[in-house]
Design a protein around this ligand. Structure first.
Ligand code: GLA
Length: 388
């Protein structure tokens, strides 16, 4: 793969020395959805597929970027002195936003680079293709310019780039999982404190199966921001009534039940209910996984989906059809949507002996219901972003 990409780099940029290569994974979240920006727990893992970069430092201040995933757009060029969001630069705004954030934070980026990207994560499918290219850019900057910065700090910068430069108010889960991922482990991350622990995922005779709805996500970003605002409004209402919290994630379900009557708006109440119950589910689920009780972990995944469907309302026909079809399979231990929702992917734990039937039957039922063809991936848990 790297050899092929390097050959392509040479062809595109007409350069053939001092070439370096980097990789950054995608991520799948096992449980704890829409909890990160609510100061709660998430439980994602890095995948063994993601984004590759072939890079060569330049002597001037120009950046030239090319993506094999968007060949029609050709080489996108910009300059260190003009790092502003530009719609026509399309996907290249992600790396550009990261470079800009590093400069804003006072890091010295003396010159530009040429880079060829190739991603084997489906774009915009809820597996963090954007966080993957962001963290990849950060790792490239650190390596090329010997920057004194650790991964958690880089993860934070990438989130700033996503929030401020791209304009999506996402939490920190994706960048964290992509940057800090560890082979065969998921990360239990407290998004309020950024304390985290690695938890081995030992599924024995089972696999993680990701299914992509292949639905274009449309207005997902604005709906995402709306959900986030609802939760913040719920916090404000609770605080006006004497509850003293910064995030919904600070409340246990029991504590929430005592004060939830203050939230009069029905929709706001549903959003807050999801945020609080999902946070608790994530914590409980991880305890079961640690005890090798995958069955209960799977049941909690199912409950997570129901809460995302009924209270948070971020699923829709496609995700629900895929998950409901998964639930009907004998080999399924648990299934839910993963990521922001409104399309994108589901994640299921499936008995190895049933994976083929799962893919066949779920794919068929999904097509019958939606007219769309789902794609399936067996996910292996890999390491975080790195120089190759
Ligand atoms: C997107 C965001 C994350 C997180 C998830 C939902 O992936 O980028 O920060 O909020 O949605 O859990």
């Amino acid at each position: 793969m790297i050899i092929k990409l390097t050959e392509h780099f040479k062809e595109i940029f007409k350069q053939d020395d001092n070439i370096e290569s980097f990789f950054s994974p995608g991520r799948v979240n096992l449980i704890g959805e829409h909890t990160d920006y609510n100061g709660g727990f998430v439980f994602p893992c890095a995948l063994d597929f993601g984004t590759y970069a072939i890079v060569r430092q330049r002597e001037d201040k120009n950046f030239r970027m090319y993506s094999e995933n968007f060949e029609d757009l050709g080489i996108i060029e910009f300059n260190l002195d003009n790092l502003v969001y530009d719609k026509k630069d399309d996907w290249a705004n992600y790396p550009k936003g990261v470079i800009k954030t590093f400069l804003d934070k006072g890091f010295k980026v003396p010159n530009g680079f040429d880079v060829l990207f190739f991603g084997n994560i489906p774009n915009g499918a809820g597996l963090s293709s954007s966080a993957s290219i962001e963290v990849l850019t950060a790792v490239i900057l650190k390596s090329l310019f010997n920057l004194d910065i650790d991964m958690v700090e880089m993860v934070k910068y990438c989130q700033i780039a996503e929030n401020k430069f791209i304009g999506v108010n996402s939490g920190i889960m994706d960048q964290f999982a992509v940057g800090m991922g560890k082979k065969d482990n998921a990360i239990l991350l407290d998004c309020n404190t950024l304390n985290f622990t690695y938890v081995p995922v030992k599924l024995k005779d089972m696999s993680i199966v990701i299914a992509n709805t292949n639905k274009k996500r449309g207005l997902a970003d604005s709906k995402y921001n709306e959900r986030r605002s609802s939760c913040e409004e719920a916090v404000a209402v609770l605080n006006k009534n004497g509850v003293n919290i910064k995030y919904l994630g600070e409340l246990t379900v029991e504590e929430f039940n005592k004060v939830k009557h203050f939230i009069k708006d029905e929709e706001q109440l549903k959003r807050a209910t999801h945020a609080v119950t999902e946070n608790e589910r994530a914590k409980v689920a991880v305890e079961f996984l640690k005890k090798d009780d995958i069955k209960t972990f799977g049941e909690l995944m199912n409950k997570s989906h129901i809460s995302l469907r009924d209270d948070y309302e971020v699923t829709g026909l496609e995700l629900d059809s895929l998950v409901e079809a998964a639930w009907e399979e004998v080999g399924t231990v648990g299934a839910r949507m993963t990521g922001a929702g409104f399309g994108g992917c589901t994640v299921s734990i499936v008995k190895n002996s049933e994976v083929d039937n799962f893919i066949k039957n779920v794919g068929k039922k999904y097509k019958e219901k939606t007219g769309l063809e789902a794609s399936f991936y067996i996910a292996n848990i890999g390491d975080g972003a790195r120089k190759l």
